[in-house]
Design a protein around this ligand. Structure first.
Ligand code: SF4
Length: 340
């Protein structure tokens, strides 16, 4: 069972040793072969996530730690989102199967959530007690009326929930924890520490590219799968509203990544008040890398937000902890991934 441990995940000495452990070294120490197994399992886990393999793979703490460093080194939104979801689902299964209350208590404690089951049962079926603020923070990310505060017993600042609700709360807190730890690791450090496994990192990127065609495009899809931010930019352009430079860049690079041709992308800009076909085509060629040599990626959600281009409103997918990029939104919808 995973028990999230921030200090362990941030233990760069351990990560260096795992990265350097030799799988084929028959005469290696016990620790070396243990680390080699951890490394192998961590890569298998990420590769499974990239392939969309939904079968259950068990996960232990040091494997999780190494996975986090792999994700930081690769720095690819969709690989990160898929792997975090897989880790989340793995933790959820382990929590569901936990034999003791104490396991959930300990899991929560590691995430900074105080859970209690002692002497606070005010109704037979309501076993776990947690602070109402913790409940509200994480339950909002779970769909379904079962997870709304109005459907819980609330007394004196505490919420009393059944096991399945508690597991969902912990699951979402776990996702927050993982992203929080990732933010504390610098990509340069991860790349340096994981240099001995650079071939493995490349193999994962290659597996990702294979699963998504050339990697230059995610495959053209239905516009109904576009995220709210992109739909809002399109709506504004269609109605002749002036869209900021950042908004235009986001739309053009998004459509390019989504497999749209230059002609198709141009058509989205025809109603712009200052539309000039030559300039638009030039800019699209620039964004696609045809004349600049650099293929642009749409801005991350954080950048979209700071430029007042995020229109998430109550879109549940946008409210996911791991939703960091409009392309991730599109990718998840395109693959019809079931989000709960
Ligand atoms: S959260 Fe991200 S994907 Fe959703 S609307 Fe905002 S910028 Fe777009």
């Amino acid at each position: 069972m995973i028990f999230p441990d921030k200090r362990q995940i941030l233990n760069s000495d351990m990560i260096r040793e795992i990265a350097g452990a030799s799988i084929s070294e028959a005469s290696g120490s016990d620790l070396n072969s243990e680390y080699a197994s951890i490394k192998k399992a961590a890569f298998a886990f990420v590769e499974g996530a990239v392939r969309g393999d939904q079968s259950y793979i068990s996960l232990e703490n040091r494997e999780l730690a190494f996975i986090i460093w792999i994700l930081v080194a690769i720095d690819e939104n969709i690989i990160t989102a898929r792997t975090i979801i897989k880790a989340r689902d793995t933790a959820e299964k382990q929590l569901i199967g936990a034999q003791h209350y104490e396991d959930l208590e300990e899991f929560g404690r590691r995430l900074g959530i105080d859970i209690s089951v002692e002497g606070e049962q005010i109704k037979k079926d309501h076993l776990y007690r947690l602070d109402v603020t913790d409940f509200a923070t994480y339950a909002s990310r779970v769909t379904g009326s079962r997870y709304r505060l109005s459907n819980q017993i609330v007394r004196a600042g505490y919420v009393y929930v059944q096991n399945d609700v508690m597991v969902k709360i912990l699951r979402e807190a776990f996702v927050s924890f993982l992203f929080g730890v990732m933010d504390q690791i610098r990509k340069e450090d991860a790349v340096t520490l994981l240099r001995p496994v650079s071939d493995d990192l490349e193999r994962i990127k290659e597996a990702y590219r294979k699963a998504h065609g050339s990697g230059a495009s995610m495959g053209k899809g239905d516009a109904s799968m576009f995220p709210p931010c992109i739909n809002e930019i399109i709506k504004n352009l269609e109605s002749g509203v002036n869209v900021s430079h950042m908004g235009r860049l986001a739309l053009a690079s998004f459509l390019h990544k989504a497999g749209y041709s230059e002609d198709e992308i141009v058509s989205y800009f025809r109603n712009a008040p200052d539309f000039d076909e030559n300039i638009t085509r030039y800019q699209i060629k620039h964004i696609s890398g045809e004349i600049s040599g650099t293929e642009y990626t749409p801005p991350k959600c954080e950048t979209m937000r700071s430029n007042h281009l995020c229109y998430m409103d109550d879109d549940p997918l946008c409210h996911r902890e791991w939703m960091k990029h409009p392309l991730t939104y599109y990718e998840v919808k395109r693959r019809n991934r079931k989000i709960r």
